[in-house]
Design a binder for this molecule. Structure first.
Ligand SMILES: [Zn+2]
Length: 72
């Protein structure tokens, strides 16, 4: 997802319809924990697609908050 860089999952932020977190069930997408990757994913609609209408696409500011938080 995002910029399509290959990184270990521990370095990525997983986003699902329930919010951020690797342990959550359901479809999600992985982003690098960088503003550039969040912007790219929003711009290309990748997050909206991953959420499949089950949740509103998070705003960039929310993504950045999640990225700054400790890994869940
Ligand atoms: Zn990325």
């Amino acid at each position: 997802m995002g910029c399509r860089q290959q990184k270990p999952q521990t370095e990525l932020l997983r986003i699902t319809a329930q919010g951020p977190g690797r342990a959550l069930q359901g479809r999600g997408c992985y982003l690098c924990r960088t503003e550039a990757c969040a912007k790219l994913a929003l711009k290309s609609g990748q997050i909206a697609r991953a959420l499949k209408g089950k949740a509103k696409e998070p705003a960039l500011v929310r993504l950045l908050e999640w990225m700054a938080a400790p890994l869940a």
